[in-house]
Design a protein around this ligand. Structure first.
Ligand code: PLP
Length: 463
């Protein structure tokens, strides 16, 4: 399809509105020297351009999207409605506090709900994404050790199954990262953890359920080991979808947690934002939180109060499903994942063949070995059936991994269709492996040069 700039013709822009007759009051030096280079296209063309883009992309609104670890669940329209109300959209953070009482109340109530759901005492809505929340939470841990005069605590322990953002955030926050191996069940190896902790331990970063979709049965022992060594425990709550309303990071022994409002709490995030990664902590860390204005605060991590409209959607979501709906959503997420897991396990070996939480990981190592058909080939074949592929090649500890997260908002029929499609792909892979390297055949674009796209991204129009 053509870029909008390729549809552009000099002088063809639509001007339904008369030219502005309000005198320009900006100081001369502040005005642009040349007009903005916008595409000059009539409104029909603009409309068609964006409609075509919408038709060529895949979203939850179009089809099943079982992208593990990303929680691509359906986001109810009522949340969008709430976030579009002028009382929320037409306000400004520099406005008189008296005139935005409603927005303030919404934020403080959302903070309370999130504190309740995570088992924490205080919450900040300022961080703009999950990784940003991790960074913020780690700064709290750093500030705490510094305030205690413990400058030797420089190491953050991260299991090898961790989301890539964990070691990255720890390193950005100035810590040394110590990676520890997982045990045969994909959980934290307690002996490895005992060997890793010491006087230099600042803390542990963990996600539970972990990235292979399992709830660590030793979670209380894990947080105890870290606390006894003088470290703090950070909970990566990006994927709270399996446990919200059922189990709380605070009760598991964690001191700091971030949640991804744009995963669990229903904000669309396929295109990359805006997101929100609120951070919760225990009372003894609250004085370090950003945006408090206190002397010990780590300072702002973003302008003003965070991505406010994402907070509005999360607030609307929590209120609309209510205190009963939160654990019900989690239970259904777990049920859907286990339903698919059981119906697929005989043809796609599970990396860990046990009851899972909100997602499960299949290993296509054997299929790859026997037929040459890889996890990538299977993922590409799914595209021809209108299904977004699962997460591929993650977590790194599983070879030829496909990580499936169906979410709670899908019907049994959708799951059954996906199961039938995956089983069919597996039959095709055995019958005609060579053809599998050609997939997809029916998508707007076929196989892309993914390495080239990562190494030499073209993100700017060359006028
Ligand atoms: C998505 C995710 C993150 C990162 O969240 P972003 O909002 O993309 O920065 C961190 N940890 C886990 C386990 C995740 O699934």
């Amino acid at each position: 399809m053509k870029l909008i700039f390729e549809r552009s013709r000099e002088g063809r822009g639509t001007a339904y509105l008369p030219a502005c007759d309000v005198p320009e009051r900006l100081p001369a030096g502040e005005l642009r020297k040349a007009p903005l280079r916008l595409a000059q296209v009539p409104e029909t063309e603009v409309d068609r351009h964006y409609s075509e883009l919408a038709q060529q992309t895949h979203g939850v609104n179009k089809g099943f999207y079982p992208l593990g670890s990303c929680t691509m669940k359906y986001n109810p329209a009522v949340n969008e409605y709430a976030a579009s109300l002028p009382g929320f959209t037409d306000i400004h953070p520099l406005q008189d506090a008296d005139s935005v009482k409603g927005a303030e109340e919404l934020c403080s109530r959302l903070e309370r709900y999130l504190a309740e759901i995570t088992g924490m005492d205080a919450v900040t809505l300022q961080p703009a994404a999950g990784a940003h929340g991790e960074f913020t939470g780690l700064l709290l841990i750093k500030a705490y050790h510094r305030a205690c005069g413990n400058t030797a605590r420089k190491k953050i322990i991260v299991p090898d199954s961790a989301h890539g953002t964990n070691p990255a955030s720890a390193s950005m926050a100035g810590f040394d990262v110590v990676s520890i191996a997982s045990d045969a069940h994909g959980c934290v190896d307690l002996d490895a953890l005992r060997a890793a902790v010491g006087e230099d331990t600042a803390g542990l970063m963990l996600t539970n359920p972990n990235t292979v979709g399992l709830f660590d049965p030793n979670i209380l022992e894990i947080t105890r080991i870290v606390h006894e060594a003088g470290g703090l425990c950070y909970y990566d709550g990006a994927n709270l979808n399996a446990v919200m309303g059922i189990a709380r990071p605070g009760d598991m022994g964690f001191d700091v947690v971030h949640v991804n409002l744009h995963k669990t709490f229903s904000t669309p995030h396929g295109g990359g934002g805006p997101g929100s990664g609120p951070v919760g902590c225990r009372q003894f860390l609250a004085r370090f939180l950003p945006h408090t204005g206190g002397a010990e605060s780590i300072g702002d991590v973003r302008s003003f109060g965070g991505n406010f409209l994402v907070a509005v959607k999360a607030f609307a979501y929590i209120l609309s499903i209510g205190a009963e709906g939160v654990p019900l959503a989690a239970s259904n997420a777990v049920l859907n994942a286990n339903y698919m897991r059981v119906k697929l396990a005989d043809v796609y070996p599970m990396a860990y063949d046990t009851v899972c939480m909100h997602e499960f990981v299949m290993s296509l190592e054997k299929l790859h070995h026997e037929t040459g058909v890889s996890a990538l080939d299977v993922a590409k074949a799914m595209l021809d059936h209108g299904i977004h592929p699962p997460t591929m090649y993650f977590p790194l500890i599983v070879h030829e991994a496909l990580m499936v997260e169906p979410t709670e908002t899908e019907t049994k029929e959708t799951l059954d269709d996906a199961i039938a499609i995956l089983r069919g792909i597996r039959d095709a892979a055995q019958a005609d492996p060579a053809s599998m390297h050609e997939m997809p055949l029916h998508t707007p674009v076929r196989r892309l040069d993914e390495v080239g796209a990562a190494r030499n991204p073209v993100i700017k129009y060359a006028f």
